[in-house]
Design a protein around this ligand. Structure first.
Ligand SMILES: Cc1ncc(COP(=O)(O)O)c(C=O)c1O
Length: 456
């Protein structure tokens, strides 16, 4: 099917119909699909064509997709796709750029501008350089890899070139996200090969005295500290000023996973919970969470890009460099890269600091409203005061479904909302995370009614 004007017209008609149908149904469709089976279809020898394909998709796939792009998907930390980013994401496919090297288009420059704007949005100094990644997991992996290169350089080993045999390193963290642990495994450190620093009582935040003791007793030549801003369950923030001072004293690399916690800066400025993040060696951010751009889109920033480039660059004649700026393929995991800066660029231009802050504040207000309803309910127990966008609770003694698993199952089976499980202070709990730009007070009321009904 060539791109004749008739084809273009049909594609746009199909897109429009799909878009309309999805958004018309979004408010009332079940938030998760109970039917996740896919009819087995053999690989066609003769393709069915785009018209048939569209019907097949609408028949077999679309009804079984979730409403994760809507206001009542409160599982994990799930953002939606705002209108500016949605349009830009369509453009990404229309232009289908490979943002690998500069020199053939303005795309790399646009990525650079967008990173500059994100730095400005979050009040981060110019000393940070970075790039877009597929998500926070990939950014955490780059954090582990860049730290590894730094530790190697301290010990006279170029890990990217020679491997990590003989590398002497100890890693410290208190409540790292699972993706950080996965990254430690992928970077060759081992998922289990890190020291768990104590947490402060009733929080997931790192105990500074415990870290200080660990670091002063450490006889490894290389040290990496992984801090959180914020943790995915408790939304707790590590004291980054104190941690960065300790890291400086002990020559340790400091990586901060601020995937969604960085957005707190928009409400409270740079001197509140994330104060000191500017002293980190590397930072993970996520745009497909609280910036509400479509998947997949994370960010990695570092103050030591030389170690990042040493890790990611490879020479090949056909890849010879042409641009005066560092090529993105030499800063990240992939050589070929999607133009994923564009939806972020569009979001920042369309909404500005004020519009984005309003989204964040609205999510936080709704989360706090749910928390205060739970606190006053005779059927539920609020497990932690809500300080950001995540609410932790469980059914109480008066609830007909006292077991957390059964209660969560009933909540999700209702189709009205989707929440995910967690563990808080050793206890199974239910997590509700507010990160979708479209979540409204009506959504909250709908869920409160459901929670009330299920309890009785
Ligand atoms: C703090 C933190 N780090 C990392 C991740 C992983 O993010 P992604 O799924 O974008 O890779 C998450 C996801 O919830 C997170 O909350």
């Amino acid at each position: 099917m060539a791109y004749s004007s008739a084809t273009q017209k049909r594609l746009l008609e199909m897109l429009e119909a799909q878009f309309n149908q999805f958004h018309t149904e979004l408010g009332c469709r079940a938030v998760i699909s109970n039917d996740t089976t896919l009819e087995p279809v053999p690989l066609p020898t003769h393709g069915m064509g785009v018209e048939q394909l569209c019907m097949h998709f609408n028949d077999q796939v679309a009804p079984k997709l979730s409403a994760s792009n809507g206001g009542r998907y409160w599982g994990f930390v799930t953002g939606g796709a705002n209108p500016a980013a949605t349009l830009a994401d369509w453009f990404v496919t229309v232009f289908n750029q490979n943002v690998s090297k500069g020199g053939d288009s303005v795309a790399s420059q646009l990525e650079r501008q967008t990173i500059d704007w994100l730095r400005a949005l979050f009040y981060l100094p110019d000393s940070f350089t970075g790039l877009f990644t597929t998500g926070a997991t990939a950014a955490n992996l780059l954090g582990a890899l860049t730290a590894r290169q730094f530790i190697g350089a301290q010990q006279g080993i170029d890990v990217a070139q020679q491997g990590m045999a003989g590398l002497d390193v100890m890693i410290y963290a208190a409540s790292p996200h699972a993706s950080m642990i996965k990254s430690l495994g992928m970077a060759g450190f081992g998922q289990q090969n890190w020291q768990c620093v104590d947490t402060l009582q009733d929080t997931e935040a790192m105990c500074i005295d415990s870290l200080a003791t660990h670091l002063s007793r450490c006889d490894s030549l290389g040290k990496i500290v992984i801090a959180s801003a914020a943790t995915v369950t408790g939304t707790d923030y590590d004291d980054l000023i104190a941690i960065s001072r300790l890291c400086e004293t002990h020559g340790a690399w400091l990586h901060v996973d601020a995937a969604f916690g960085i957005f707190e800066r928009l409400m409270n400025g740079p001197e509140h919970k994330t104060n000191g993040i500017e002293f980190a060696d590397s930072i993970t951010l996520d745009c497909h969470k609280w910036l509400n751009v479509p998947y997949d889109c994370g960010v990695f920033l570092t103050r030591q890009p030389n170690h990042l480039v040493a890790t990611c660059h490879v020479d090949a004649p056909y890849l010879a460099s042409s641009a005066q700026n560092q090529d993105y393929m030499s800063m990240g995991i992939e050589n070929s890269r999607r133009f994923r800066a564009l939806p972020v660029w569009a979001t920042l231009l369309s909404y500005g600091r004020q519009g984005i802050t309003a989204h964040i504040q609205s999510n936080v207000d709704l989360a706090q409203a749910l928390a205060s309803w739970l606190e006053n309910s005779q059927y539920y127990v609020l497990l932690k005061p809500c300080e950001l966008n995540v609410v932790l609770f469980k059914p109480g003694d008066m609830h007909v479904l006292q077991e957390v698993r059964l209660c969560l199952e009933a909540i999700n089976q209702s189709g009205k909302v989707f929440m995910t499980p967690g563990v808080w202070q050793g206890e199974r709990i239910i997590r509700a995370a507010f990160s979708n730009w479209e979540t409204t007070a009506e959504d909250l009321l709908c869920v409160i009614e459901l929670l009330e009904r299920l309890a009785k």
